[in-house]
Design a protein around this ligand. Structure first.
Ligand code: NAD
Length: 254
């Protein structure tokens, strides 16, 4: 359940906020009192998220962003400053799936796109967010990785490399900024009820197989990830930084 006013007076940026985990995280943070900048490459979907947040009494603004473009990311962070006066919290969540191919057949363009969005995108976001957080005396960041940040599956090389990369990037940033009041953590969701856009649709057989790989025997709900995002951003997690928190229904326990 949302914790009332946990983030009162705080400003949050959520990338990929038009869908899935990003929308659920934006919804949760707004319900807990944060002013939310909902950023997505699909501006209409970010706008829908904002309409929902406002209808529920939240403060929110939508912005179009391509996280693989550093200038676009700078502009999105500037919206947080212009609309709400600064930035305290960030959920660097935007991500894409890849074509399922073994390394020997994966296209260079496919590799480049996944790394550009899933890994360089998180770098561009933190690079733009951290100076704004320092102006406020600190902040908290959650970078959305995946179970593919600690294990891999065949035909998911680019995705797994990007998500492992997010974990290393998170640790380095946590070490660099811990002394200045900024906590940085990675979060590794297990498989969600809906795949990341760009991944091949799942057959019933595939879904059944995936369920069986989770100790809980089911896939994850976006709200279950949002709850962990909220915890990691909150003062309840004041001694947690540089960590990779798995929220995976036991996927990596085997
Ligand atoms: N769905 C899963 O099973 C799963 C599991 C583990 C981790 N994840 C990770 O969680 C994050 C969110 O995934 P989701 O399941 O909510 O996927 P989703 O496809 O429902 O949502 C991702 C959002 O990111 C946006 N986006 C894509 N490229 C972008 C770009 N270049 N700039 C800005 N926005 C962009 C999309 O428009 C979309 O709204 C991703 O990083 C994904 O890798 C997902």
């Amino acid at each position: 359940m949302p914790v009332e006013d946990r983030f009162a007076g705080k400003v949050a940026l959520v990338t990929g906020a038009g869908s899935g985990i990003g929308r659920a995280s934006a919804t949760r943070l707004a319900a807990e009192g944060a002013a939310v900048v909902a950023a997505d490459i699909d501006e209409a979907s970010a706008g829908e998220t904002v309409e929902q947040l406002r209808a529920a009494g939240g403060r929110a603004a939508a912005v179009a962003v391509d996280v693989s473009d550093p200038a676009s990311v700078e502009a999105a962070v500037a919206v947080a400053v212009r609309e709400f006066g600064g930035l305290d919290l960030a959920v660097n969540n935007a991500g894409v799936g890849a074509e399922p191919e073994p390394v020997g057949r994966l296209s260079v363009a496919g590799w480049d796109r996944v790394i550009a969005v899933n890994l360089s995108g998180v770098f561009y976001c933190m690079r733009a967010e951290i100076p704004r957080m320092l102006e406020r005396g600190g902040g908290a960041i959650v970078n959305i990785s995946s179970v593919m940040g600690v294990v891999a599956t065949p035909t998911a090389s680019a995705y797994a490399a990007s998500k492992h990369g997010v974990v290393g990037l998170t640790k380095a940033a946590a070490l660099e900024y811990g002394g200045q009041g900024i906590r940085v953590n990675a979060l590794g969701p297990g498989f969600m009820v809906t795949p990341v856009k760009g991944q091949r649709a799942r057959s019933e057989d595939v879904v059944g197989g995936l369920r069986a790989q989770h100790a809980l025997g089911r896939l994850g709900q976006h709200t279950e990830i949002a709850a962990a995002v909220s915890f990691l951003l909150s003062d309840e997690a004041s001694f947690i930084t540089g960590s990779m928190q798995l929220v995976d229904g036991g996927f990596t326990a085997r």
